[in-house]
Design a protein around this ligand. Structure first.
Ligand SMILES: Cc1ncc(COP(=O)(O)O)c(C=O)c1O
Length: 275
């Protein structure tokens, strides 16, 4: 009997049953707007707060540092555009890699049309950006380094902790420079710790870890100035206007909780699958 087998979990994953069960009440009886001050609103707000804790925990962040978005693409746009718009006076040079997902690459290409200069660092045969190349490319006017944690096609894991150390050392010398990493393919598969990486901004997407499409988050280190890209209400501490999609956010939180619980097993399983 012919049976199809899905082998593309880096593109997307099905929704976990437990995740679905967690979100359903927020589509039906618990339908409140998290900005409403009455009971229904407070119920929704409490659910968003709980999810914010769950998402923060999987990357060792503080809940207040999590900005919910519509997914990894929006998180990358908010990180890169938001950071450079808020800090443009410090420089117009961005460093990224030649193997970023289009949600980073196309943002950078668009910024080039607006007068920013972007360096696309190559990777070696091992698929990794050389830390020496990163160090040698930093200029007086470099304000942002955006290098992914794990690649979506070849699975290579970049030396993000080394990059984080480099950026911190530059900052200790008084330079205005920040580090963003697209960790969409890493969260829930390998340990991701924003303190160990030393990044300022980190993108996540829920549909890579058994939650629905259309929700993600950007980690924004406390104190990092970011210019909002979505103007509207005061949601997400003025960093992303728009009524929160409570069912999606609840699902994302639950998926993070489950992914964290299963992390060592998942990491071991993935390692065994490698040739
Ligand atoms: C590395 C990486 N970044 C960003 C994205 C975009 O995330 P989303 O589909 O949530 O917009 C993806 C999705 O494939 C990805 O693999």
């Amino acid at each position: 009997m012919f049976r199809r087998i899905y082998l593309d979990n880096s593109a997307t994953t099905p929704v976990d049953r437990e995740v679905l069960d967690a979100m359903i009440p927020f589509l039906t009886e618990k339908f409140g707007n998290a900005s409403s001050i009455h009971f229904f609103g407070q119920e929704a707000r409490a659910a968003v707060d709980k999810a914010r804790h769950q998402v923060a925990e999987i990357i060792n962040a503080r809940p207040a540092e999590i900005v919910f978005t519509s997914g990894g693409t929006e998180a990358n746009n908010l990180a890169i555009r938001g950071l450079i718009e808020a800090n443009e006076k410090y420089g117009k040079h961005i460093i990224t890699s030649a193997i970023e997902h289009s949600a980073v690459r196309n943002v950078c290409e668009d910024l080039e049309k607006r007068g920013f200069e972007v360096t696309y660092l190559p990777v070696g045969e091992d698929g990794i950006v050389k830390i020496e190349d990163v160090k040698n490319t930093i200029r007086e006017d470099t304000i942002l380094i955006s290098i992914m944690t794990a690649n979506n096609e070849i699975g290579t894991i970049q030396a993000v902790e080394e990059i984080g150390k480099t950026v911190r050392a530059e900052r200790e010398n008084g330079k205005k420079i920040w580090f963003h990493t697209d960790a969409v393919q890493a969260v829930g598969k390998i340990p991701v710790d924003v303190e160990e990486i030393g990044c300022d901004l980190l993108s996540m997407s829920a549909h890579k870890l058994y939650a629905p499409k259309g929700v993600g988050a950007l980690y924004v280190r406390r104190g990092v100035r970011l210019h909002a890209q979505n103007f509207g209400g005061h949601q997400e501490r003025e960093r992303r206007g728009g009524t929160e999609s409570v069912p999606h956010i609840v699902a994302f939180g639950k998926a993070c909780e489950l992914a964290q619980k299963n992390l060592s097993e998942t990491a071991r399983h993935l390692k065994n699958l490698r040739l």
